[in-house]
Design a protein around this ligand. Sequence first.
Ligand code: FO1
Length: 325
Amino acid sequence: MSGHVIAFCGGVGGAKLAAGLARVLPSEDLTIVVNTGDDFVHLGLHISPDIDTVVYTLAGLSDRERGWGLARETWNFMASLRQLGAEAWFQLGDQDLAMHVERTRRLAAGETLSEVTAALSAALGLQAAITPMSDDPVRTIVRTAAGDLAFQQYFVAEQCRPIAEGVRFAGAAEASPSPGLRAALGRSDLAAVIICPSNPYLSIDPILAVPGVRAALKAVDAPIVAVSPIVGGRALKGPAAKLMTELGVTPGVAAVAEHYAGVLDGLVIDRADADAAPVLRGMGLQALATDAVMVSDDDRARLAGEVLAFALSLEGGSRLHRRAS
Ligand code: FO1
């Protein structure tokens, strides 16, 4: 294929497809835009969990079982923290710690998060352009029956147990798209935008909340295709289905399509949901049913290839619905 591809993604689930795209596309043809709504300062360190997950996954360094952090990690730092009676609810592995320390040092020295991410991913041998959605702080807050919770408090400390009543992105209104995102959206050779199978509410919405992003997507002439993170009414990973239920939405591919109304031209769903394809077409979307669950590296590359072929097969006419809605 020719032209540039943008991938929007969050952490674990999205990073797998981003890794597949990085395998099938030349590095200069791909910009991976990562959610930073999960970022927070912990123990004085700037943690960017989704950027770390994408970088480690693409570098082949991630722990495949957990999905986040490094493989063959050791946890002496955490054991020592506990001994000191310090906060130990968020696990920072001994090797992983270097990433957070070096990111924090560079940010304090005046580098932007985009610059830090580019430098650290290049140091790990990555050629793909990985960019935060914004260099400005945007923080995901989950409104729950127990009050407002900062994302990691909700996700890790509370294990997503509190009933969610809403999600907001503090700072989004004042944020600007990162230079990498802005440049990619403005490319005249943009061939496709792929929304990876990340949580639509917690991982992709923060990217869409950055001022200018939705309007830019509305205007692009390239196809925009998402891969559903919901298969057979269940989330592939994480709290997406629980969250949808709590927000009054029946978890399913139709709800994913509805959520992305006005943003998408097509949705890739798992074969388990093939029956829903006519419903999606009724909503003005093109649908591809395939094996959307990625286990092996080959699954990632195969799905990436299928998603790209599907996106490029969409006729210009299928974009009229998005651009008019
Ligand atoms: N997720 C957890 O469930 N527990 C943790 O202790 C934890 C630590 C952690 C440290 C560094 C990092 O880059 C990610 C980490 N994650 C942890 C993952 C992260 O909180 C979530 O997966 C994402 O924010 C959701 O996409």
